[in-house]
Design a protein around this ligand. Structure first.
Ligand code: AVJ
Length: 352
């Protein structure tokens, strides 16, 4: 059963009431913040299923979504600051350069952001929509409730009149819970996370995204681009070893959530660019023969010495590949925007 909670922030209502008393023009004294939660224990089941499925295959594999517990999220934030990890900086630079244009050309009154996290890059877009005078609503969608609530509080304080309708959920399962549009909107899927999907499910997911778009709406998506493999591999194997820690962190998640007894020190971090598929693969390589018990699943997992567990693919794009994926999902590119070095791309697409 899905739990749906809606809580409002009384302070906002009080402020609206006070404004009305002072005679300020408050058109509709609605609550500024609403948050719906759709997490129902399905997350834990998903982890158990993924582990059972992924660790009993001939080529062991875990989906990257399980990296992001509190520690994993902190490590990812550190990755974004690393000199080798250019995607975050490049995407931000594009946003800063093009946000005004995006606001003007879309006329968006609302921003839906999938995987909003701390909403750091969002501000650039919200600023532009606010400056254009169109901004009405922000819909952050994330699995982490505290992040959605914190950004809702900060952003409603910063942008008077902004409505925030947060959705707590897994965007692979709960996209249909995104509220109905209040006007032309931008659906943002930033950071290059689309690269985590293998090609088949990538197109399936893009089709689901297309369903969120009406005739006046746009998908704004960030994608990392194909480039010199040395640059790519360095971005996923930094000198400081933060990405290695991030990679091994998934083993600690399994220890905590499923009673597994992994010792992260038994695994080496591996990052390599697969030139045929044009994606980065991250793996954990067993340093010796291992037997790992996953108590909650009654599962004993054997690793040969040197055996690898794939923990992430991060696909890199060319304009042609992206155009093909979008077309297969019933969308059409309206704008292609890159940073000066063409490291990363932001694209605006519409339903075709
Ligand atoms: C959050 C999926 C976009 O693939 O670059 C960073 C995750 N993994 N370093 C990426 C990640 C290793 C990141 N995404």
């Amino acid at each position: 059963m899905a739990f749906t909670g809606t809580r409002a922030v009384p302070a906002a209502a009080a402020a609206a009431a006070a404004a009305t008393l002072r005679g300020a023009p408050v058109a509709e004294p609605r609550e500024a913040i609403r948050v719906d939660s759709h997490l129902d224990g399905g997350q834990e089941r998903a982890l158990a299923d993924d582990v059972l499925d992924g660790l009993t295959r001939p080529f062991k594999e875990l989906p990257p979504k399980h990296f992001y517990d509190a520690r994993g999220a902190r490590l990812f934030d550190r990755i974004c600051e690393l000199p080798e990890y250019y995607p975050t900086r490049a995407e931000r630079a594009i946003l800063e350069q093009r946000a005004g244009e995006l606001a003007a050309s879309t006329g968006a009154v609302e921003l839906v952001e999938l995987g909003s996290g701390t909403a750091a890059k969002t501000r650039v877009l919200l600023d532009a929509l606010h400056a254009a005078g169109t901004l009405r609503r922000y819909v952050p969608f994330d699995v982490t409730e505290s992040m959605v609530r914190d950004s809702a509080r900060r952003l409603t304080a910063e942008y008077p009149g902004l409505q925030v309708h947060g959705v707590i959920g897994d965007f692979e399962r709960h996209l249909d819970r995104v509220p109905r549009a209040v006007g032309p909107r931008i659906v943002a899927f930033l950071g290059g996370t689309i690269g985590n999907f293998p090609p088949g499910s990538r197109r399936r997911f893009l089709r689901q995204l297309a369903r969120l778009l009406g005739d006046e709406d746009f998908l704004l998506m960030g994608t990392d681009l194909v480039k010199d493999p040395r640059v790519l591999e360095a971005a996923y194997d930094d000198a400081e070893g933060v990405t290695a820690e991030f990679n091994r962190n998934v083993l600690l998640v399994l220890n905590r959530e499923l009673g597994a007894d992994f010792d992260p020190a038994d695994f080496d971090h591996v990052a390599l660019f697969d030139r045929e598929h044009e994606w980065i693969e991250m793996r954990l390589r067993a340093r010796r023969e291992l037997r790992v018990n996953v108590a909650d699943l009654d599962l004993l997992v054997h690793f040969d010495a040197g055996e690898e567990l794939r923990t992430e693919i991060s696909a890199k794009f060319t304009p042609e590949r992206l155009t093909g994926d979008l077309a297969a999902a019933g969308m059409q590119m309206a704008a292609w925007m890159t940073d000066p070095e063409a490291l990363f791309a932001l694209t605006l697409s519409q339903r075709s």
